[in-house]
Design a protein around this ligand. Structure first.
Ligand SMILES: [Zn+2]
Length: 109
């Protein structure tokens, strides 16, 4: 019985990651869980523009052009992305999809 409870807790959403983590080692479900933890820790704000993740990014970000041809098809379909450092592989935070594109294309992140 105790074992069963322990198992449920480990597999349940109560699990917290010791952030940052190595993005390149995460499975799809782990990326989702890490992204959700960042959203909570950032109080629902974007790591890059600091605006609410359930709203559009601000004009000063949207005014930066992005070349969608450089990104995988459907890149902007998921509104919230998990940003990671492409040099270290470590996660940095949850960002708007558009902010993620701007970070990569304009800042090389
Ligand atoms: Zn943003």
């Amino acid at each position: 019985m105790i074992l069963l409870v322990g198992k449920i807790l480990i597999e349940g959403k109560a699990m917290n990651y010791d952030l940052p983590v190595d993005y390149t080692l995460l499975s799809i479900s782990e990326k989702k869980a890490v992204r959700e933890q960042y959203i909570k820790e950032q109080n629902g704000k974007c790591w890059f523009c600091r605006c609410s993740l359930d709203k559009e990014p601000p004009q000063n970000v949207l005014s930066k052009p992005i070349n969608l041809k450089l990104f995988p098809k459907g890149f902007l379909n998921h509104p919230i992305h998990l940003q990671h450092n492409h040099d270290t592989g470590l996660t940095e935070g949850a960002v708007h999809a558009y902010c993620n594109a701007v970070l990569w294309e304009h800042y090389g992140r």
